[in-house]
Design a protein around this ligand. Structure first.
Ligand code: AMP
Length: 294
């Protein structure tokens, strides 16, 4: 696995690969890699000859400074995992090379030229984390320009992010195909997340109520429930049973447009965001009317 941190070198290598007729698959991450990230490398491999992983802890997508400062960083282990899983290139740009005018300049009103997220970024995490999706689309657009991927893979774990990036690619006519990959879970059902490293044993126990509540919502739909207000009310009550979660939102939306639904129909998806201690966790599931295992 080749490690590169220089933007110019990465750009040149991408151009050489493309000239040689190689298809580039790209997996952008913020590091603290786990099996969820690694599964994206496998998906990229299915589509491409050359798999590029990036690790960049992007300051502009954090709206709370403490969340950024406490974000786990495990670079040595990340590099070993990525190499072992068959990544061809690991791109590790520095913050100063990505934001030569400083990260603050890349935020709203900061003065730098930047990309702004479209309307799919409204609501859900966009409502709770002002500026977050602007930071995401801006950095992903920059990384696309450098890595020049044919295909980029994003996890359904960050479901709104996946749709927001698809919208950026459509609206800006970017020549990249976005592929979504399923959520990878721990054996007990907890969606893998770099932030799980910050959970105490008790907070992790509380966090399990998220997947338990999502499963119960799906069972209700399989049993015939179609009323979204009732589903949300029951799910909120199930989350409260943990005795330790602070609910940010529970919503049921159309999985293409992310608009809220009143009745369950094809493509309905429940999304949840909670705090366990001071760790913000998100998860989601499709509310299929047929029994499905999650
Ligand atoms: P992050 O490092 O958290 O920015 O995530 C990088 C990529 O990994 C994003 O596309 C995430 O959606 C994806 N990802 C994170 N956790 C999981 C998971 N448990 N299963 C699948 N993909 C994931």
């Amino acid at each position: 696995m080749r490690e590169l941190s220089d933007i110019g070198e990465m750009t040149q290598l991408a151009q050489e690969l493309r000239r040689a007729g190689k298809r580039i698959g790209f997996v952008p991450t913020m590091g603290a890699l786990h099996a969820g990230h690694l599964s994206l490398l496998d998906v990229a491999r299915e589509h491409c000859d050359c798999v590029v992983l990036s690790i960049f802890l992007n300051p502009t997508q954090f709206n709370v400074a403490a969340d950024f400062e406490k974000y786990p960083q495990t670079l040595e282990a990340d590099l070993a995992l990525a190499k072992d899983r068959g990544a061809d290139i690991c791109f590790l740009p520095s913050t100063t090379s990505m934001y030569p005018r400083g990260a603050e300049a890349a935020r709203a009103g900061g003065g730098a030229c930047r990309v702004i997220a479209g309307d799919r970024s409204q609501g859900l995490c966009g409502a709770a984390r002002p500026g977050h999706f602007d930071g995401v689309v801006n950095v992903v657009n920059m990384l696309f320009n450098v890595v020049q991927p044919d295909v980029a893979v994003f996890g359904e774990k960050d479901f709104q992010q996946l749709r927001v990036i698809e919208q950026m690619v459509q609206d800006l006519h970017l020549p990249v195909r976005i592929v979504g990959a399923p959520i990878v879970r721990d054996v007990d059902g907890l969606a893998l997340s770099s932030r799980n490293l910050r959970l105490s044993t008790e907070e992790r126990y509380h966090a399990l109520f998220v997947i338990k509540s999502l499963r119960k919502a799906q069972e209700m739909v399989v049993a015939g429930e179609r009323d979204v207000a009732r589903l949300i009310e029951t799910t909120r009550a199930n989350l409260e049973l943990s005795g330790g979660l602070r609910i940010d939102y529970v919503e049921v939306v159309d999985d293409k447009t992310l608009t809220p639904l009143e009745q369950i129909c094809d493509g309905a998806r429940m999304l949840i965001a909670v705090f366990s201690g001071d760790v913000r966790l998100i998860d989601n599931v499709g509310l299929s009317t047929a029994a499905a295992e999650i």
